[in-house]
Write a new protein. Sequence first.
Length: 180
Amino acid sequence: MYFFDDDKMNGVFHVGRLDKDTEGLLLLTNDGEFEHKLMHPQEHIEKTYFFWALGSLDEENRKQLEQGIYIGKGEILTKPAKIEVHRCGMYKDFKHEMPIDNLNNIDSNQYNQPVVSGYLTITEGRNHQVKRMLKAAGCYVVYLKRVSIGGLMLDESMEKGRYRLLTEVEIKKLGIGRVI
């Protein structure tokens, strides 16, 4: 939202949120019903994130994520998620693929830190949920990018910080009906 002049927003607000260290798909609207249909947990709209994390995800960790996991004291179990591991191994083998300039958690002399990348799909929107879910499964997220909401995929041809109007086809892909 730092890219926009407050005086020209005319009631436009973000649909959901992204942490300041997370990038990717963020929708803007001035329609409260549109936002509610997309973000309310009862609507079960899937949001998919690509991540790189320090650590590894064994079969038990994956099952916890898929069945629901406790992410904080006094919180209820998360709704079941979908997890797809993309890459796993040692940092030294994947450091050239990770879109991260500086990792303070890795000793530069010892690159035998396990890392994992993948896609996590959730239907809720709790505070820092993806990071907290992966942390509860034994991983520390170092890169996070939202790549889809419902059936709408991030337009990878757009530069970071750019925006455009959705097409009617894209609005339909969100799975919430027609929005005017």
